[in-house]
Ligand binder design. Structure first.
Ligand code: CIZ
Ligand code: SF4
Length: 314
């Protein structure tokens, strides 16, 4: 950044501070957001941790910096609050890989199956599902299901395969995947390991299965942050969206973090900027709402997950 850029960023941060007070707003940012967006947020976390912050806040307005399904989840869990996002185009290609109609057809072919949907899904797909899960609790959710029931898992095939193996439950998979995590490929990880032989390989379960099998530890974003903080290791190769490196380096200045792939940016996550956050609060747009009956049905599948352990997404 030039001196001028720094001054502009400083002005934007100051303007955000004023607007937050005027609007009684709270800023929530996902672990994959740009560093400067994370730095101005009141809370940084994973989608479910953020939704829980949203539910617990006394603020009236939630400026949600992530992608659409996360803001929808916050709106579903906080019916009395105004949820706005900086850019309506910030969506999740993986969540868009299954529609409610496609899920209904799959259910029709397996009428006795329990439907588990990853939180990376539209409200309509959540509404068609029996129980939701996150990457932090997918294994626990599968283990909680009656042993004699068939299980449908949508939309992420990689997470479904990983959780199925860990839980010892066979599942009917859907061929969805995260384009960002699937750019973390085994040859990149091998190269990073050769360059940093002492580093631990820590990856997200959305990665391809050969990458997952090369890892020392597999976890959700909140799990990756916790593992790196608590581990005695000093170097880590990180296999998830690149935005998480900002937080890992900020919270662990004495440790070294390397990216497992040079191409692991999610362009949707990066659509949110400080300027768009200021505009969003100035103009109180873009509002995210989930009307009934989808909202109530989606809330049931999320609440079933929340009821499992009371403390789900870590
Ligand atoms: O649930 C989330 O926030 C996502 C998409 C990833 C993760 O592992 O935290
Ligand atoms: Fe969706 Fe992948 Fe981007 Fe997450 S990183 S929002 S799963 S495309």
């Amino acid at each position: 950044m030039t001196g001028e850029d720094v001054a502009v960023a400083g002005d934007l941060v100051e303007r955000l501070r004023q607007l937050k007070a005027e609007r009684n707003a709270v800023i929530l940012a996902h672990n994959y957001q740009r560093g400067e967006v994370q730095d101005v947020a009141d809370f940084v976390g994973d989608s479910l941790g953020l939704a829980r912050q949203a539910a617990g806040t006394s603020a009236e307005v939630i400026l949600f910096c992530g992608v659409d399904f996360m803001a929808e989840t916050a709106a579903i869990l906080c019916p009395g609050k105004v949820v706005i996002v900086p850019d309506l185009r910030a969506t999740c290609p993986m969540a868009n890989m299954i529609s409610a109609r496609e899920l209904r057809e799959l259910k029709h072919r397996h009428p006795d199956a329990v439907v588990v949907c990853y939180v990376n899904s539209s409200a309509e797909v959540k509404a068609e599902s029996d129980i939701c899960c996150t990457s932090a609790n997918a294994v626990e959710v599968l283990r909680s299901l009656p042993p004699d029931r068939e299980i449908i898992f949508v939309p992420d095939r990689s997470l479904g395969e990983y959780a199925s193996r860990k839980a010892g439950r066979s599942v009917i998979l859907w061929p969805g995947y995260c384009p960002t995590h699937h750019r973390i490929i085994a040859p990149f990880v091998q190269k990073a390991k050769a360059e940093h032989p002492r580093a631990q390989v820590v990856v997200h379960p959305e990665c391809p299965s050969d990458v997952v099998s090369m890892a020392d530890h597999v976890a959700s974003t909140s799990g990756i942050i916790r593992y790196c903080r608590e581990s005695d290791a000093e170097e880590f190769i990180i296999g998830t969206e690149a935005g998480i490196l900002h937080r890992l380096r900020k919270e662990n200045p004495e440790k070294r973090f390397y990216e497992a792939s040079p191409f692991a940016d999610c362009p949707n996550m990066k659509l949110n900027t400080l300027e768009k956050m200021v505009w969003a609060l100035e103009e109180m747009r873009y509002r995210v709402t989930v009307p009934d009956p989808v909202c109530s049905a989606a809330r049931r599948s999320i609440e079933r997950m929340l009821g499992l352990s009371g403390r789900p997404a870590r």
